[in-house]
Design a protein around this ligand. Structure first.
Ligand code: ADP
Length: 582
């Protein structure tokens, strides 16, 4: 693979893995946020319900107390409020209200549970409070504000006090201290707050957030100052934050704030009963960490799987490479073996030829004698012929010429044989007649045999014995075996070579037994260069039998040499019988 292609593939794979890890992170983060939102919703509902539950018991209180005779009594300026004050204090203690007090028609406090305390409301005028306006007009008043005298945040529940004609003549007010309510949920780990329609945080389990304002505007502060609901110029903006929506959840980013976490999931819930909105902030840090951890796990898993695949792939590549190298080496080796075999064949051919020529050399003495004899006879016949013609003895001259003719024919036969033997035969293997081959071979060695007094018995009949081979090469083998036998029998009295032929349907056996001393080391004779003959005389090359062995084997046959139990060596050739005659 080209490096650029590989690089692109790798980049694509990395992108795919990155995408997978990101996808896994996103799913994990979404799940964690969903879980947070679920618990956040429950916590918000619980906080709201608890607050409403706490306030509920004060809602009915002004109505219940307004009907009491001590209340009506206090509205008469002629009466001393001491008893009424005590009654109100008793009820405040009983219900847990911070203060209970009675306003006359002008909004001035004429009796109060805190009359004997330094923060007494007595004679203070609260006609500016909306709850007074609502109640004196016959309705139920509800309000939240920072106490004008107590400087404590409170919820104010107000109801009209009516005369016998049901006409409002005063207002009964129950003030509930917010701090007392808040203490219950201070321990909550999540930030909880309630803000009013002006966007001012009025309740929270984090005191640092009280009187913080959403969308703070100084002009609005001016306006609110006039209502005396919040501390004078005491509103401050909520900390700087940015809000995003992730997987459908609102997330607040508040960097480096002592109260708010870096990122929190926020949920809101309107609480119309107290004209406020409840809001919760849940820290998403753990959810982020959890998602990151799971994404990292996925990344590690992908890395492990990728590395395993990579290692396996590398191993496979290395293996393939090694196989390719081995294959190349093998084919190179095969080629070399082929070249060497060819060289060997050539060398063997040359050797065969060399050995043949050696054999020819060996035979040359006998041959020259064999040719000289007829030549001398021809000369004689020719000389005599000339004389006979001169004397006009034509018939006898004719006879001389016939002799000359038959002698030249004999010489021609000898030369033909020699030429055939010296010829480099082609490599073809085909059916050849073993009878003819034995006859020719015997003919070629017959001169030497006669000279050395060797008797060659070849009782082989005349029926063709076709075998698979090449006639010149088989002839060479036979000549070699007979020459070796004659070499071995030199200096002996009786010298016999017996040739036997046993044709069979599958194999044809040719055996050659001599009356010599036998083989010295039968298992070594076919080894190249093994000879017991003197090298100096040019006789012993030690190649004759090894070449014969190679020749017979190349015809699919076998040759072996052993000692005959009754003396002498016996060589046996087994050749494949041919189905057709040549
Ligand atoms: P060379 O004839 O050049 O020695 P050969 O391969 O033809 O080589 O023969 C190898 C050896 O085998 C001979 O030297 C001889 O010792 C032995 N040998 C071959 N034929 C005969 C045999 N008929 N009788 C005894 N020994 C033989």
């Amino acid at each position: 693979m080209k490096p650029i292609k590989r690089l692109t593939g790798f980049a694509l794979y990395l992108a795919l893995c990155g995408g997978l890890v990101w996808g896994y992170w996103a799913i994990a983060y979404r799940d964690a946020l969903m879980q947070l939102a679920g618990t956040g919703t429950v916590q918000l509902e619980q906080a709201t319900d608890r607050l409403l539950g706490q306030l509920e018991r004060f809602r009915q209180l002004p109505g219940l107390l307004a009907d009491h005779p001590l209340v009506a009594r206090a509205l008469d300026p002629a009466n001393n409020p001491t008893k009424t004050n005590a009654f109100l204090l008793h009820n405040a203690d009983l219900t847990g209200a911070s203060d209970i007090y009675i306003l006359d028609q002008s909004g001035t406090t004429i009796a109060s549970s805190n009359a004997n305390l330094p923060r007494s409301f007595m004679h203070h005028n609260y006609s500016f409070r909306p709850y007074f306006q609502d109640a004196i007009n016959g309705g139920l008043g509800f309000f939240h504000a920072l106490g004008a005298s107590s400087l404590q945040r409170g919820f104010f529940f107000a109801g009209p006090i009516r005369d016998a004609n049901a006409k409002p003549i005063g207002v009964m007010v129950v003030k509930v201290d917010i701090e007392a309510l808040e203490t219950v949920w201070r321990a909550e780990p999540q930030i909880l707050l309630f803000h009013d329609e002006n966007g001012v945080v009025f309740l929270s389990n984090r005191s640092g957030l009280i009187f913080k304002m959403y969308d703070y505007d100084p002009a609005l502060q001016e306006l609110l100052n006039a209502q005396r609901q919040y501390p004078d110029n005491g509103l401050t903006p909520l900390p700087a934050h940015s809000e995003t929506v992730v997987f459908g959840h609102r997330l607040w980013q508040t960097p480096d704030h002592p109260i708010f976490p870096q990122t929190s999931l926020t949920l809101t819930r309107p609480v119309p009963l107290i004209d406020m909105t409840a809001q919760i902030f849940v820290n998403v840090h753990d959810a982020q960490k959890q998602a990151q951890f799971r994404a990292m796990l996925a990344a590690a898993l992908i890395a492990v799987v990728s590395l395993t695949f990579y290692a396996l792939r590398q191993r496979r590549l290395r293996l393939a490479e090694r196989l390719a190298i081995e294959e190349r080496a093998n084919s190179e080796l095969e080629k070399r073996v082929e070249r060497r075999t060819e060289q060997l064949h050539r060398a063997q051919d040359d050797l065969v030829q060399a050995v043949k020529l050696t054999a020819l050399g060996e035979m040359s003495a006998g041959l020259s004698h064999e040719l000289n004899q007829p030549l001398a006879a021809i000369q004689n016949f020719a000389e005599n012929g000339k004389i006979l013609l001169q004397r006009d003895r034509r018939d006898e001259a004719q006879e001389n010429l016939n002799q000359i003719s038959s002698l030249t024919k004999r010489m021609d036969r000898i030369i033909q044989n020699l030429r055939a033997f010296a010829r480099k035969e082609d490599k073809t293997v085909g059916p050849v007649d073993m009878i003819e081959i034995i006859k020719e071979a015997v003919k070629l060695v017959s001169i030497r045999a006669r000279n050395e007094g060797v008797t060659i018995k070849a009782d082989i009949g005349t029926t063709p014995a076709p075998v698979m081979g090449g006639d010149v090469r088989l002839q060479q083998v036979l000549i070699n075996l007979m020459s070796n036998a004659m070499d071995a029998m030199q200096g002996q009295e009786s010298k016999t070579i017996e040739i036997m032929l046993e044709p069979g349907p599958k194999t044809t056996r040719v055996s050659l037994r001599d009356s010599g001393p036998g083989l010295n080391t039968p298992d070594k004779i076919f080894e190249p260069f093994y000879t017991t003959k003197s090298v100096d005389t040019g006789h012993g090359l030690g190649l004759g039998l090894s070449i014969s062995y190679g020749i017979v084997q190349s015809f699919g046959g076998k040759i072996k040499g052993t000692n005959h139990p009754y003396g002498g060596a016996i060589f046996t050739m087994e050749l494949q019988s041919a189905q057709e005659t040549p």
